[in-house]
Design a binder for this molecule. Structure first.
Ligand code: CP3
Length: 342
């Protein structure tokens, strides 16, 4: 049986586009909240294969999305590099920040795969339970995005600590990105070996890079990861998501050999169609806030995206993750409208 998402990644347009949503498993789902309540630490949920597989499958059962995305977090990689990582309720992630050469030296140079073994087991479990036409997506954070959290030691609105590093400690940043490239390669290879059909590289903070660092911090590390994974898993399929890249999407798709590119909600649709979708399958890009708002505004926004991208290879998604307060009924409205749109 074919998987419609994999067909699109091969450049074959589908009459009804496959649909999945970033953060499709999570707090907007009552069944997630019920399960989440029983686990204190979010990381414990990511590292419990039975529960993580269950959470991965919740949105598939409810909405029959065309892809399931492994339930985990990008910050399990710093955890497996020996950094302390905690998620405190309402506060987001907390890590012991990499601020200088000394704190950098405390990191392991390679991943502790034993710490990540539960994640690989989650992939295998989901694979065995997933309908044959549903794609299983693995993922990791792109090196720059993971580095922003490692350097700040927390989520920040603007990632100024990491942006300062670009100027203050360029060599240390390069060394950190190198470690993250290597770690991501090993991590993704094992996800493919466990059964992932494709993987997404989340570069959530690509857009804040100064232009002269975009190549060095976003493009180059992502390109290296893809080449090295494919040397071990020939034909490995990648979706790249350089959020906020804007006009730099052109340079990104030229240099990063992805199979599809994820677009955020701010991109100019005509530009994305003419300059990006003409060269690569695209995925996106509904504003998560219009999904929160619902109503006619949601219908109109869906139609506009469909009109713009449906003539070419296209995966329907959001331009960033589902917001926790999003009503389930709005997600139902979205899925129904996309599937009725052939
Ligand atoms: O459904 C899915 O998309 C799969 C699971 C997934 C999570 N995080 C679960 C999660 C994925 C793919 C991620 C990626 C991730 N994590 C990114 C990149 C994509 C993006 O959203 O920008 C980033 C930057 C992180 C780091 C992270 N994780 C932060 C900053 C936070 C705190 C903010 C928040 O949303 O709570 C998390 C926590 C997190 N990751 C939750 C979930 C469901 C909420 C934790 C909880 O339930 O208590």
């Amino acid at each position: 049986m074919t998987k419609s998402l994999i067909e699109v990644l091969a450049g074959r347009r589908q009459s009804v586009p496959p649909i999945w949503l970033m953060r499709q498993a999570g707090r907007y789902l009552p069944e997630y909240r019920a399960l989440r309540q029983k686990i204190g630490n979010f990381l414990d949920l990511c590292l419990d294969p039975k529960l993580a597989a269950e959470v991965t499958l919740q949105p598939i059962r409810r909405f029959r999305f065309d892809a399931a995305i492994l339930f985990s977090d990008i910050l399990v990689v710093p955890y497996a590099l020996g950094q302390s990582v905690a998620f405190t309720a309402g506060d987001g992630p907390r890590l012991d920040a990499v601020t200088d050469a000394e704190s950098f030296r405390k990191l392991r140079k390679g991943l502790d795969h034993e710490r990540l073994a539960p994640v690989y087991e989650t992939v295998a479990r989901v694979k065995s339970q997933l309908p044959a036409d549903v794609t299983l997506l693995g993922f990791c954070g792109a090196p720059w995005t993971v580095a922003t959290y490692m350097i700040a030691g927390a989520g920040t609105p603007d990632q100024i600590p990491a942006r300062e590093f670009v100027y203050r400690a360029p060599q240390l940043l390069d060394e950190l990105l190198d470690i993250l490239v290597e770690a991501s390669v090993g991590y993704l290879v094992r996800q493919f070996e466990a059964g992932a059909d494709a993987v997404q590289l989340f570069d959530t903070w690509a857009g804040i890079l100064p232009d002269d660092a975009f190549g060095r911090c976003c493009i180059k590390p992502c390109a290296r990861i893809i080449a090295a994974v494919r040397a071990r898993i020939p034909g490995a399929k990648f979706i790249g998501f350089p959020r906020g890249a804007g006009s730099r999407l052109k340079a990104y798709i030229d240099a990063v050999d992805i199979d599809a590119v994820g677009l955020d909600w701010t991109v100019d649709l005509a530009f994305a169609r003419e300059e990006v979708q003409s060269r690569k399958p695209v995925q996106g890009n509904l504003d998560p806030v219009v999904l929160l708002a619902g109503g006619d505004a949601l219908d109109r926004a869906v139609d506009r995206i469909m009109e713009n991208f449906s003539a070419g290879p296209f995966v329907f998604n959001l331009g960033h993750g589902v917001l926790p307060d999003t009503p389930v009924a709005h997600v139902e409205q979205l899925v129904t409208r996309v599937r009725a749109s052939r």
